[in-house]
Write a new protein. Structure first.
Length: 110
């Protein structure tokens, strides 16, 4: 469980840093947007805490789900953060779409 928490925390931190870099690059830093983003991050953490509580607390009351709710939630949050990081990087990293969408197909529009 500790590894999942560390990976989620690192993904959230990288997304915050990428968002700050994007705002700095575009010269449109707005504290209200950052505050909204931080609320979203705290919301993600609270959802993960809820999933952990349900997964590990339900056997105590006699409900056995057997589902890895916390791990699945962490996986979802990590994927969501990766998408957000890529979106932020697109603003100031030329050619990142070429790296992400490399398909190896020839351009037939010529």
């Amino acid at each position: 469980m500790k590894v999942y928490c560390i990976i989620v925390g690192a993904a959230i931190l990288l997304d915050i840093i990428a968002g700050l870099l994007k705002a700095s690059y575009q010269k449109n830093f707005k504290s209200c947007r950052m505050r909204d983003g931080l609320y979203h991050k705290f919301g993600e953490i609270l959802v993960l805490a809820l999933l952990w509580g349900v997964e590990y607390g339900s056997p105590l009351v006699g409900v056995e789900t057997g589902l890895p709710l916390f791990k699945a939630g962490c996986g979802y949050v990590i994927l969501m953060e990766i998408g957000s990081i890529i979106e932020n990087l697109r603003a100031f990293t030329p050619g990142i779409d070429n790296i992400i969408h490399k398909t190896g197909k020839e351009d037939k529009s010529e």
